[in-house]
Design a protein around this ligand. Structure first.
Ligand SMILES: Nc1nc2c(ncn2[C@@H]2O[C@H](COP(=O)(O)OP(=O)(O)O)[C@@H](O)[C@H]2O)c(=O)[nH]1
Ligand SMILES: [Mg+2]
Length: 330
């Protein structure tokens, strides 16, 4: 990265300059040791700036299979929120984008208005192989967006693997997007996601799909009832939408706001925030611990890894041996 003036970037952030925001997020994403050191200084200031907010940002996670219309829907929802005079940021995690190289470009055109609007900010990041690492970086990017003063921060993630659990833990409201489909397809929907979500939007409820979408919505309502209400007796809303036609978008925003109000009035928002802080601390601690342990015992780790590869020792035996030898050193 080019020489980075921490002070200039922080001044820019406080003055709500999007270029400063981009530079800070790029710094946070860097794996270089000296960038990481600078990132820690920046994060301290970011947390201080964030703590000065009078009204917290609404943090909304959106997940769903590729092609369900997440990006199109975010453009519509974001535009609606902008029309209410609010500021919106979009952080998109796409583990598939590194392979195809196409989806980031696609997102730029699908979020054309948000990409140019001064009160909006769109940041795609390619998760690649290090999904865990990207989740930690996204968590930090959310903090920076909160410090910047966005009213709504959307984290878009593809519904694959662990990313949705991570994203659910860093947002207040978790929205699942589904396609109109048969009951069989819904059966295949991962139970874990159904348990995590606060809101379901059946998208593409347009043209020939309208009846199918209505049936899907009622199937989903029955399925969600089986899981029982969330904390505070909240049963996830199931809404129909057409991101392409801009239908169901204002209603979805209404549901997000009422979910947020419920979380605030029951103390759940505060509890989430505390859990989130602890989780974040643990994630950073683990990251640091594993990096410094690895650096201190690289040779021994490599030797044992080879023994594991060749079947000379079991994985758990190797870990036990490593810890026995390293703790003997003191
Ligand atoms: N008919 C219809 N098509 C849609 C709708 N929303 C998105 N699409 C189309 O579905 C495709 C995938 O959309 P995209 O937003 O990229 O999906 P993502 O992968 O979930 O982000 C695009 O060709 C969109 O134009 C909708 O509400 N109705
Ligand atoms: Mg997308």
């Amino acid at each position: 990265m080019a020489r980075f003036s921490i002070e200039a970037a922080l001044r820019g952030l406080a003055a709500r300059e999007r270029s400063a925001l981009s530079r800070i997020i790029t710094l946070l994403e860097s794996a270089r040791a000296d960038d990481r050191a600078a990132a820690e200084i920046v994060l301290e200031q970011v947390l201080a700036l964030r703590a000065k907010r009078e009204v917290p940002a609404i943090r909304l996670g959106i997940t769903g299979p590729p092609g369900v219309g997440k990006s199109t829907f975010i453009e519509a929802l974001g535009s609606h929120v902008l029309s209410l005079g609010l500021r919106v940021a979009v952080l998109a995690i796409d583990p598939t984008s590194q392979k195809t190289g196409g989806s980031i470009l696609g997102d730029k055109t699908r979020m054309a208005r948000l990409a140019v609007e001064p009160r909006a900010f769109v940041r795609p990041s390619s998760a690649g192989a290090h999904l865990g690492g990207v989740a930690a970086r996204t968590r930090e990017a959310v903090l920076v967006c909160e410090a910047f003063g966005f009213d709504l921060i959307i984290v878009e993630t593809v519904g694959v693997g662990q990313s949705e659990t991570d994203v659910a833990s860093m947002v207040d409201t978790f929205l699942l997007m589904a396609l109109p489909g048969s009951g069989d397809e819904l059966q295949g929907m991962k139970r874990g996601i159904m348990e995590l979500c606060d809101l379901v939007v059946v998208n593409k409820a347009d043209g020939d799909n309208v009846v199918r979408a209505r049936n899907t919505a009622s199937d989903l309502r029955s399925a969600l009832k089986l899981f029982g209400p969330r904390a505070a007796g909240f049963l996830p809303h199931v809404l129909l939408a057409s991101a392409a036609l801009g239908e169901g978008v204002a209603e979805t925003w209404g549901s997000v706001v009422s979910h947020q109000e419920l979380l605030a009035s029951t103390g759940e928002l505060l509890r989430k925030e505390r859990n989130e802080r602890r989780h974040f601390f643990r994630v950073l601690l683990l990251e640091k611990l594993s990096a410094s342990f690895e650096a201190a015992h690289r040779a021994a780790i490599q030797e044992l890894e080879l023994a594991v590869l060749e079947g000379r020792i079991t994985a758990s035996g190797a870990v036990a041996q490593l810890f026995a030898s390293t703790s003997a050193e003191g």
